[in-house]
Design a protein. Structure first.
Length: 279
């Protein structure tokens, strides 16, 4: 009967992914069925932690995050949790040998969001991005390489750069909410009260370099994961281009999005390029 519960738990992680991110959910559907549920479980875990520090402002967020962490380790120890998100995640962690250091780095960055509002140095900025994004890319890479240590080490740096690129795009897209609602300023030495065209250009240039280095790894991923990751890569690159062509003051006024029509168009073009092997 536990198998039924485990399957249900992975289904819950899938629902979390679908409800919170249609774009990421679409990319996961492009992965091989053999690895989809593991990626759903990783997303479910990181999404719940992120919700605690971003959304549950009327509750004791620190206590919730501590309880979430303790419950995960209890689940890992007992091989089961009545929290289906934690149950499915601990199954994935064990199956793919995801290092605990990656999980701890992620939780450290989540915990920083409870207290730290300004990342004034490059070191603080990079440390936060490593924990909040790079390690998530490495968790997924563990699934993609499935025990192939040589392949994992080869693709490790590009996976981190892709995580960084995605996170920085999110920072730029969500800059208004982060600054005005959550009182956070992630980009060091940038005046968010008046985001200048030069400042925006500098941020865009940094993200483009991340995408350039990440692409070297995307095209070398195993076939089971290559198309799904490439789809996510193309979506975020399109979002970056929209941000690049949007005046600085408008980025601070509204959240820039990629339309559903554009998403479908991107998916179709990505599929054609993938099938023709011209990534």
């Amino acid at each position: 009967m536990k198998n039924i519960y485990t399957q249900l738990s992975f289904s819950c992680s899938k629902i979390v992914t679908q409800q919170y991110s249609t774009s990421f959910s679409s990319a996961v559907r492009m992965l091989s069925p053999k690895i989809r549920r593991a990626i759903y479980s990783i997303y479910g875990f990181v999404r719940f932690a992120d919700e605690i520090v971003d959304s549950f402002v009327t509750y004791n967020q620190e206590e919730l995050l501590n309880d979430f962490e303790k419950s995960y380790y209890q689940a890992f120890k007992n091989n089961i949790s009545l929290n289906p998100i934690l149950h499915s995640f601990q199954e994935t962690v064990k199956k793919y040998n995801i290092e605990d250091a990656l999980i701890q780095s992620f939780l450290k960055s989540m915990r920083a969001d409870l207290h730290k509002t300004n990342y004034s140095t490059q070191e603080d900025y990079e440390t936060y991005i490593y924990g909040s994004a790079d390690v998530v890319g490495l968790m997924c890479l563990k699934v993609f390489t499935n025990g192939n240590t040589e392949k994992y080490e080869l693709l490790k740096e590009p996976a981190m750069r892709l995580g960084s690129a995605f996170q920085k795009v999110n920072f730029l897209r969500d800059i208004k909410e982060d600054y005005e609602v959550l009182n956070r300023s992630y980009f060091p030495n940038i005046n968010l009260k008046n985001l200048s065209p030069d400042d925006k250009k500098l941020i865009i240039s940094e993200i483009k370099e991340d995408f350039k280095e990440a692409y070297k790894g995307v095209v070398r991923l195993p076939l089971e994961s290559r198309f799904g990751v490439y789809t996510a890569y193309r979506y975020y690159l399109k979002l970056l281009r929209k941000l690049e062509t949007t005046p600085s003051h408008k980025i601070m006024d509204a959240r820039i999005r990629v339309s559903d029509f554009m998403k479908v168009n991107l998916l179709a073009k990505s599929f054609i390029r993938f099938k023709l092997n011209i990534l």
